[in-house]
Design a protein around this ligand. Structure first.
Ligand code: PGA
Length: 256
């Protein structure tokens, strides 16, 4: 059974006050909704305060990244245990900005996924092709390679803690959204890869979110596609005016 999930990735935006206010607005809106789960990913330094504002509610709070090591001399890094300690329950791994701006490889993502699980965190693993790769007909190959590489070594049981976010890089922050058909085809393909990597039950149970310029005006169309189980939202997650209608759109989706 896959309950739709709408997640907001704040990236390096908002300040303490704006973040706490936005979290409070999302939390109270979500309390009035049924059939949708919510998550927000604030910058590290605001996680504790935002998590406190969301404690005991259905709104999960998570980190945008995690160190691939457990503890020690890793200047600038944040561990899974630290994320748990400040109230995070989930973490993004392999976001396209981590992969393309900071050069993270699938190997690095696999280590991060395993560290997150060992720390008791859920994981939202992001994958997706660049425009160049799409134009070269490599979308499926890229997604398959990223999934194989990043989920390497996981058990079927581990997969219960994993959500996949398919985010075509060319649609992130560009205003250019994948059409429901394009996204649907990629999601169906990703589900097939999960079935091959694990089994059909895992493929059927794993949520696959779409990300890339999701906004109130396109959310309903995207979320109505059978294999799209929610959204990972960037720009439109920064204001309640934009984010709450996307949560609303997800409630129209039947649990699959
Ligand atoms: P966007 O970002 O909604 O601003 O395109 C999505 C993401 O990067 O997760």
């Amino acid at each position: 059974m896959r309950t739709p999930l709408v997640a907001g990735n704040w990236k390096m935006n908002l300040d303490r006050r704006a973040g706490v206010d936005l979290a409070a607005a999302v939390r109270s809106h979500l309390e009035g909704l049924e059939g949708v789960e919510g998550a927000i990913y604030p910058p590290f330094v605001y996680i504790e305060e935002v998590a406190r504002a969301c404690a005991g509610t259905a709104l999960a709070v998570g980190g945008q990244d995690i160190c691939d090591q457990e503890v020690g001399a890793f200047t600038g890094e944040v561990s899974g245990a630290m994320l748990r300690d400040v109230g995070a329950t989930t973490v993004l791994v392999g976001h396209s900005e981590r992969r393309h701006v900071y050069g993270e490889t699938d190997e690095k993502c696999a280590l991060k996924v395993r560290r997150a699980l060992a720390s008791g965190l859920k994981v939202c693993l992001c994958i997706g092709e660049t425009l160049e790769q799409r134009d070269a007909g490599q979308t499926e190959k890229v997604c398959s390679t990223q999934l194989h590489g990043s989920l390497n070594g996981l058990s079927t049981e581990d997969m219960g803690q994993i959500t996949i976010a398919y985010e075509p890089v060319w649609a992130i922050g560009t205003g250019q959204t994948a059409s429901p058909d394009q996204a649907g085809a990629a999601h169906a393909y990703v589900r097939g890869v999960l079935s091959g990597l694990f089994n059909q039950a895992v493929a059927d149970a794993t949520r696959i979110l779409y990300g890339g310029s999701v906004k109130p005006s396109n959310a309903a169309d995207l979320l109505s596609v059978p294999d799209i189980d929610g959204a990972l939202v960037g720009g439109a997650a920064l204001t309640a005016d934009n984010f709450l209608p996307i949560l609303d759109a997800a409630t129209e989706v039947r649990v699959r």
